[in-house]
Write a protein that binds this ligand. Structure first.
Ligand SMILES: [Zn+2]
Length: 475
């Protein structure tokens, strides 16, 4: 009577897109079609090419979209879906909507820039190279977003309702608990991305609530597995970060941090502020270079209701980063170029976090060849991205068609992760009040999903399968 089809994030960490078909006649051709998340594929070419494929059903037949959070690999394909004729509501929490209102237009802008670059240098086999969607198209799709608060039950069709529960991943992030009413009612949980289970002490830098909602009781669980084979270090990253900055500045170098412009960047600047105020690291100029940097700070400060006590304390102690001396938020391309030309030690935080696009590319072209500089990764780097190449110790990386030698130091602070690691995932699963009838792992490289499946089978005795791309599973 109902099935889920995995249209993305199956066998990989990007492109999250799950179609729920609830059909009265069991054929799957009619009935209610609901999409949970609508992310863009990033990383390897074989994945990115899937961004150009249409969804397997007519987009206008999709009743609604339930969006778990504002990361591009969960929301970045929405403008494309609208371009294909989707006109239904996009349900999301109010803070997710605020974040999407800056992230999606920025993504459209980057798509346009990429296409323009390929057309200028004839580096694409397509003539002309086209953007997946434009800034204007991304802006237009925002009219379909409809806010749904955490915990509120939303009826989306006569037989389907859902509510958002906290995922504790990023600002506004949620899991979608979907109830399908038929001859027997069924409960499905789509986790989106799962945040750190523990509090500030074991997950330093975590800004939102501690831990996803415990005590779930579901029939079908569709769960992420990004860190299904990983344990995050439990040490405080602050002393390590301070040492890296100090050493870099002492040798006359600069620190470059590729970071997602929203939230990740803000929590990093609060940490820098704390380190500088306490004298643990030198006061060098800090530049946040992103066209959406200022708006991102404003949204970050608007939604303090979702923050941990430690984050709230930091905000009340230091106020808005836009007012801090020595911290510059660059919005225009001109301001960005100025930072690029700076010859004195400084800290540059710029996006995109996986170096798949954006101004960070210019900063890395400039700084990677100099061994005095340091690149610090504070986020997940998907295989196939430039960030992954740099982080894995390569000698060179291709940016804007040119090979850039990597002579700068490269460091990674995994403690910043907003994803639960394997022990944390298992800890959360142990809080479930009953065993789900079936569990499908998505959003993980195959090795991570495999290991998590084995750990879950051993630790919990659950029936766990790894979702395959385009696979339909009956529920
Ligand atoms: Zn995410």
């Amino acid at each position: 009577m109902a099935y889920i089809q995995f249209l993305g994030a199956a066998g990989t960490v990007t492109g999250s897109k799950h179609l729920l078909n609830v059909s009265g006649d069991g054929t799957g051709k009619t009935g209610t079609q609901i999409l949970i998340d609508c992310g863009i594929f990033q990383g390897k070419k074989e994945w990115r090419e899937r961004n150009w494929q249409d969804v397997p059903i007519a987009a206008h037949e999709i009743e609604c979209l339930i969006l778990t959070h504002a990361h591009l690999d969960h929301c970045g394909w929405i403008p494309r879906l609208v371009k294909q004729g989707f006109r239904g509501p996009v349900y999301a929490t109010p803070s997710t909507i605020d974040l999407c209102s800056i992230i999606l237009p920025d993504s459209g802008h980057l798509q346009e820039e990429d296409a323009a670059f390929h057309n200028k240098f004839k580096t694409s086999k397509h003539d002309p190279a086209l953007p997946l969607y434009t800034l204007e198209e991304a802006q237009e799709c925002l009219q379909y977003f409809k806010p749904v608060d955490f915990g509120v039950v939303k009826q989306v069709s006569p037989d389907v309702s859902f509510r958002f529960v906290h995922a504790a991943h990023i600002l506004g992030s949620s899991m979608a608990e979907v109830t399908v009413n038929g001859s027997q009612s069924k409960r499905l949980l789509f986790t989106g991305d799962i945040g750190r289970v523990h509090d500030q002490h074991t997950a330093p830098g975590k800004v939102v609530y501690s831990g996803p909602q415990p005590g779930e009781m579901v029939d079908v669980l569709v769960m992420e597995s990004t860190y299904g084979n990983r344990n995050h270090p439990k040490t405080d990253p602050r002393p390590e970060l301070a040492t890296i900055i100090r050493k870099t500045v002492e040798r006359g170098g600069s620190v470059v941090v590729p970071a997602f412009a929203v939230e990740r960047t803000q929590k990093f600047v609060f940490m820098l502020k704390e380190l500088m105020e306490s004298g643990q690291c030198p006061r060098v100029p800090v530049y946040c270079d992103s066209p959406m940097a200022i708006k991102a700070v404003e949204i970050f400060l608007k939604h303090t209701e979702e923050y941990s006590d430690a984050t709230k304390e930091l905000i009340s102690k230091y106020g808005s980063p836009l007012e801090w001396q020595g911290f510059t938020f660059a919005q225009t391309a001109e301001e960005s170029k100025k930072i690029n030309n700076s010859r004195f030690p400084c800290i540059i935080i710029s996006s995109s976090g996986m170096v798949t696009g954006g101004r960070i590319q210019h900063h890395l072209i400039q700084r990677l060849p100099d061994p005095r500089n340091t690149v610090i990764f504070i986020g997940f780097q998907a295989p196939g991205t430039r960030g992954f190449t740099i982080k894995s110790g390569a000698n060179e990386v291709k940016i804007f068609g040119q090979m850039i030698p990597i002579r700068a130091q490269v460091a990674a602070l995994e403690q910043f992760s907003d994803h639960a690691d394997t022990p944390e995932l298992l800890e959360w699963l142990h809080t479930f009040s009953s065993k789900p009838r079936s569990t499908y792992l998505v959003h993980g490289e195959l090795e991570a999903s495999n290991q998590l499946r084995d750990a879950m089978a051993k630790d919990l005795g659950w029936n766990v399968q790894i979702a395959q791309w385009m696979q339909k599973v009956e529920i």
